[in-house]
Design a protein. Structure first.
Length: 243
């Protein structure tokens, strides 16, 4: 069953259907996660998380300028806390056709039906909390963009298999990554460049746009010329692209 609006979604009914299902798998690499795009050869799907919260509400303006100047189509995963902190920038991103806007959760926590943690961050603790983590920000993004977001990735990118199924019930695609591009914006420039140059065709690359003191923009800038020489085509997760 597919739900796209508040009116059509019975949260209590959905939560109740998953109340007694025990998770059997956990992590960033579960079956059912979208990690590559269906696209012609030479495609790369760069995705940039905006995580929000204390220490996470920054804007990597150099990166946004680079993507715009170099005409790099990509997907931006926005967390509700980051949206709250950066409304004017969000409006400009929504208006830019290079950027597909996706859902990076409401509180930015691991997606679990039983409170499992990742990196010391406690996950959602029940199916009802999973629904709110996905759908509160989903509705926010609908109001901002006029479109239902098609792609969801939780804070820390960790899921259990039951939570992953609930994402699908909410009519979003649970998204992972094939290449960890910037290690949470902590990686050095050369490591980011190497990760991009080594990424296989069709890979979803996880990067960040909320840490201006990180090296994500520099690492991408150093990789772009080589990628373009190879004929790399940059695509959003929905497949819109630029050469
Ligand atoms: Zn994040």
């Amino acid at each position: 069953m597919v739900h796209t609006t508040e009116a059509a979604l019975d949260k209590a009914e959905l939560a109740a259907r998953y109340a007694r299902i025990e998770p059997s798998n956990w992590g960033t690499d579960l079956p059912g996660l979208v990690k590559t795009v269906d696209a012609p050869a030479q495609a790369l799907a760069l995705t940039f998380d905006a995580c929000g919260g204390p220490g996470g509400n920054g804007v990597d303006q150099d990166l946004i300028d680079l993507l715009t100047r170099e005409n790099v189509a990509c997907t931006l995963f926005l967390n509700q806390r980051w949206i709250d902190a950066n409304p004017a920038i969000v409006d400009r991103m929504v208006a830019n056709p290079l950027f597909e806007i996706a859902n990076h959760g409401t509180r930015h926590v691991p997606l679990s039906v039983d409170g499992r943690s990742a990196y010391g961050i406690a996950g959602t603790g029940s199916p009802a909390e999973v629904i709110d983590e996905v759908f509160v920000n989903h509705e926010r993004l609908v109001r901002i963009t006029g479109l239902a977001p098609r792609w969801f990735r939780p804070g820390t990118a960790h899921y259990d298999d039951v939570a992953l199924r609930i994402v699908t019930e909410l009519d979003e695609r649970p998204t992972g990554f094939a290449v960890n591009g910037d290690a949470g914006a902590t990686a050095a420039t050369s490591a980011i460049t190497d990760a991009l140059l080594d990424a296989p065709a069709g890979a979803i690359v996880l990067l960040h746009m909320n840490q201006p003191s990180g090296s994500t923009a520099e690492g991408l800038a150093a990789a772009l010329a080589t990628l373009r020489e190879r004929g790399t085509r940059f695509v959003t997760l929905s497949g819109d692209g630029t050469d």
